[in-house]
Design a protein around this ligand. Structure first.
Ligand code: SAM
Length: 231
């Protein structure tokens, strides 16, 4: 099951995710009047909490965008991050909760970041939030009439994490499988340097007081144009 079927359960299953904390973090990098786009906006949870801004959204999945419609006040684009066709520039580009980890390899990462650069204003910022697993594992939790079993296997050699999430809702069982490419801080920095971008800061856990490192479970990168290369 990809996001197509998962969309209608997405908000329920991530109802414990602290979007408020993430938005407070994002607020440190957003100025009044900034034009913002949420790349891989999903159901639009971040945009719904950034009410004072005009935000556009982009996602590959039609069903996720259908839900996002009620939360995102700007334009919505059903596009692939590998093939962005938007004729606008943004002051802040956000991409939250492992969207970039859906890419398969370094070449795709490069293409994606080049696409983001294309729609970035000269003084703009790209904020990407990446998953950074430390090991394999299993977790079961339940709430209301739902049970969620997450099993994930991280192969450090190939930098691939395969995860299987089994949702049990009202006696129905849904399977959500993902293959994530885990990108290191070095890989992100190197690709940015190659294409005229610069990683200004890396944080962990949506906290501007915490610098991200190889042991962080999630990483937030603040990326700008590099002064070293021409845009
Ligand atoms: C884990 S969800 C995150 C959604 C949202 N940002 C959030 O924080 O709740 C990942 C999202 O990335 C989108 N996505 C995955 N691969 C994509 C691609 N190649 N292009 C555009 N969107 C993609 C999925 O459709 C999904 O909505």
């Amino acid at each position: 099951m990809e996001y197509k079927e998962f969309a209608k359960y997405y908000d329920k299953f991530y109802s414990k995710k602290d979007y408020q904390k993430e938005v407070l973090f994002l607020n440190n990098f957003i100025n009044k009047g900034d034009k913002i786009i949420d790349i891989g906006c999903g159901t639009g949870m971040h945009a719904s909490l950034l009410k004072d801004y005009n935000i556009d959204g982009l996602d590959l999945n039609k069903e996720m965008l259908e839900i996002a419609k009620s939360r995102i006040n700007g334009d919505l684009y059903q596009q692939n991050i590998l093939d962005i066709k938007i004729n606008k520039k943004y002051d802040v580009i956000i991409s939250m909760f492992a969207v970039i980890n859906h890419l398969r390899n370094i070449d795709e990462l490069e293409l994606c970041l080049k696409n983001l650069k294309q729609i970035l204003n000269p003084n703009g910022k790209i904020i990407i939030d990446l998953h950074n697993p430390q090991d394999s594992g299993k977790k079961i939790d339940s709430f209301n009439n739902m049970k969620r079993t997450m099993i994930w296997n991280y192969d450090k050699e190939s930098k691939i994490e395969k995860s299987n999430i089994i949702f049990e809702v009202n006696d129905k069982i849904y399977n959500d499988t993902h293959t994530f490419r885990i990108f290191s801080i070095e890989e992100i920095k190197n690709i940015c340097l190659k294409i005229g971008l610069k990683v200004e800061k890396v944080y962990e856990n949506y906290d501007v007081l915490k610098e991200g490192n190889i042991f962080s479970k999630n990483l937030q990168f603040i990326i700008t144009y590099s002064n070293l290369t021409k845009s």
